[in-house]
Design a protein around this ligand. Structure first.
Ligand SMILES: Nc1ncnc2c1ncn2[C@@H]1O[C@H](COP(=O)(O)OP(=O)(O)O)[C@@H](O)[C@H]1O
Ligand SMILES: [Mg+2]
Length: 382
């Protein structure tokens, strides 16, 4: 049964124990008793009490001497001093020491009940205050942790940005030199050498792709907290991204079809962020679709959002991999096994930029059949 509260009475008069029990137990309080300071302290340390009724004078000392050690055990313990007229001064001292109230002997059952009820209210307030304080402390701790995590991630982005930036020029210089060799501009190259050089060139392409993705990701993460977006035509951005990958699609004999409405649709964006989103989705669609497959790009107004849909007839994404997409460097098993190279950074870049534009993305895929990415952006208010 739920009790109204746990009370310990520390008094050497057994008559008082009885009286208190008779008055309080019918009200749902659970009462324990002690007759000395030592026994009282022992009980306080063993079990949680809400309130202690404490006699001023006890066989082994003054009740007041129990206040401090009891509060050391539980600072929210409410202590009510029982005093006779001769010992009122001691009771006042006890209150100075942290006791909550006192009740003078002889007292009526009603008087006791009233005092105990008030004491219990005090106890509830103290406990509530303690709970709130704990919550506040936890919140403060979380804020500190969040701030240091943000700082670390900011540092990581800046660091990546710097490294990738530094790597770009030597790698691109090395690649131009390599191409001079491949094209025979520095003397004749044997067939075998040409083959090896071409393979090096392909690996340099991968390295360049990694550097570019790292740069894109790091700069997407360091975008301002408050987006500085302007109203932009989605038609133009989409058309530009499709044009950029047309040749790649042609090489793989992939047909790109698209349905772009005539009516202008504008969203709040930056040219870079739109290009990163659309470029990565379209290049993935082409990359993960086998020779002779197809890619469909469409755009339409759905309620007050613009939906951009990039669908392919490619290798698809295993169900289990769907929830991990967008994690940095994550690539699905079937993509890795297909021999198609990649960094696993493209979708992280896409996600960062979609968040920045206050959009959202849905992925639908059937392994072996194809994948559809749908991105929704709020329409710019004109
Ligand atoms: N259109 C798609 N079809 C199949 N798998 C895809 C497609 N787009 C993305 N994926 C999967 O998501 C992973 C992460 O994509 P992304 O971040 O662009 O990295 P990357 O293309 O460099 O591997 C890919 O490795 C692949 O497993
Ligand atoms: Mg990609």
């Amino acid at each position: 049964m739920e009790t109204s509260g746990k009370i310990l009475i520390v008094d050497d008069e057994i008559g008082i124990h009885r009286g208190v029990q008779r008055a309080l137990e019918p009200q749902g309080y659970s009462i324990e008793t002690a007759t000395t300071i030592e026994e009282g302290l022992q009980k306080i340390r063993q079990a949680k009490f809400d309130l202690v009724l404490l006699d001023v004078m006890l066989p082994d000392g003054r009740g007041i001497d129990l206040v401090a050690p009891a509060h050391a055990d539980d600072p929210n313990l409410v202590i009510v001093i029982i005093t006779g007229y001769a010992t009122v001064e001691l009771a006042v001292d006890a209150i100075k020491q942290g006791a909550y109230d006192f009740i003078a002997k002889p007292f009526s059952a009603d008087m006791l009940l009233l005092t105990v009820r008030q004491g219990m209210e005090k106890r509830q307030l103290l406990l509530e205050a303690q709970r709130l304080q704990a919550i506040e402390q936890e919140a403060a701790l979380l804020t500190i942790e969040k701030e240091s995590a943000e700082k670390l991630s900011e540092f990581k982005s800046t660091f990546t940005l710097m490294i990738a930036h530094e790597l770009r020029s030597p790698v691109s210089a090395a690649q131009s030199l390599l191409r001079t060799l491949i094209h025979g501009l520095a003397g004749t190259v044997s067939e075998k050498q040409g083959e090896i050089l071409t393979r090096i060139d392909a690996r340099m392409d991968e390295l360049m792709a990694l550097i570019n993705d790292l740069l894109d990701l790091a700069s997407s993460k360091t975008l301002a907290d408050e987006p500085s977006l302007t109203s932009m035509s989605l038609q133009a951005a989409l058309q530009a991204s499709i044009d950029r990958f047309c040749i790649q699609a042609e090489h793989k004999n992939i047909t790109i079809s698209y349905h772009i409405p005539e009516t202008p649709l504008e969203i709040l964006a930056t040219p870079d962020s739109l290009e990163r989103i659309l470029g990565n989705l379209i290049s993935n669609a082409i990359k993960y679709t086998l020779e002779g497959g197809s890619v469909e790009v469409s755009m339409q107004l759905v309620a007050d959002e613009v939906e951009i849909c990039v669908a392919d007839s490619g290798i698809g994404i295993p169900q289990a991999a769907l929830k991990k997409l967008g994690e940095e460097f994550y690539r699905a098993e079937n993509a890795k096994q297909s021999g198609i190279t990649g960094t696993g950074l493209g979708l992280s870049i896409v996600k960062q930029n979609i968040d920045y534009l206050r959009g959202r993305m849905q992925i639908h895929s059937v392994e072996g059949q194809g994948t559809t990415f749908r991105v929704y952006f709020p329409l710019a208010k004109t």
